[in-house]
Design a protein around this ligand. Structure first.
Ligand code: SF4
Length: 225
């Protein structure tokens, strides 16, 4: 909670981009794998412009989908995966609709999604948290790195294990803001190679920061109070 409160003081209540319905969120999150938000949004917009419905995406010739999502990169892999997931949902549910997941316990809803190739724990957790309003704590590479440096998880915990650990560490009502603010902090301050510990609002709470600041001049340690 101390980490969460400090990040709220620094960044305020964050806003996720406009929430998407669950099938759209799932497609968008698959597109986001191994690329940045801008390329994901470009590919998503191109896909929506090329096909009027998700059923049309599902039934389209594979090359047409691949062509539309090129801006996201790995289009030859992501296109067939998206179509396979859309087909599998239709086969199991009789239509392209994931809203039924809201009625399942969150762990079951995540397991249901993770049976599909290309849908890992992070992707499933994003759909649960941001589209279905279910408690899940998505962990990306920034959050994995930060949680390790802050000592919020054991040093060797994998990315998958960290989802569960952080879901137990943060209260569910903080997941949304904590997830987004930790990512922002990882991008802006706690960089992978050179974390800016002297400027970091978490440095008093962070064992890694305290270690790295030991031995630096007092003026630098006190740069931000
Ligand atoms: S003190 Fe340094 S290592 Fe710790 S969270 Fe801040 S930037 Fe990252």
């Amino acid at each position: 909670m101390a980490v969460h409160r400090r990040l709220l003081e620094a960044y305020g209540e964050p806003r996720w981009r406009r929430p998407l319905p669950p099938v759209a969120e799932l497609v968008s999150t698959i597109l986001s794998q191994n690329t940045n938000d801008l390329n994901r949004d470009r590919a998503f917009a191109a896909l929506r412009a090329a096909f009027p419905t998700w059923e049309a995406v599902r039934d389209a010739p594979a090359p047409a989908v691949i062509q539309a999502i090129r801006p996201a990169g790995l289009a030859n892999q992501k296109g067939p995966r998206i179509q396979a997931v859309l087909r599998a949902i239709t086969e199991e549910r009789g239509r392209l609709d994931l809203r039924f997941l809201r009625r399942l316990p969150p762990s079951q809803a995540a397991d249901w999604l993770m049976r599909f190739k290309g849908v890992g724990r992070k992707t499933a957790s994003i759909v649960l948290l941001f589209s279905l309003g279910l408690p899940a704590f998505p962990v990306d590479t920034h959050i994995h790195r930060l949680s390790g440096r802050l000592g919020l998880r054991p040093p060797r915990a994998s990315l998958d294990q960290t989802h569960e650990l952080l879901a137990r560490t943060f209260p569910p009502e903080t997941y949304y803001a904590a997830h987004l603010n930790l990512i922002r902090h990882g991008r802006q301050v706690c960089h992978a190679r050179r974390p800016d510990c002297p400027a970091c609002v978490l440095r008093r709470l962070c064992p890694t920061g305290r270690r790295s600041l030991q031995g630096r001049p007092a003026a630098m340690r006190a740069r931000h109070g």
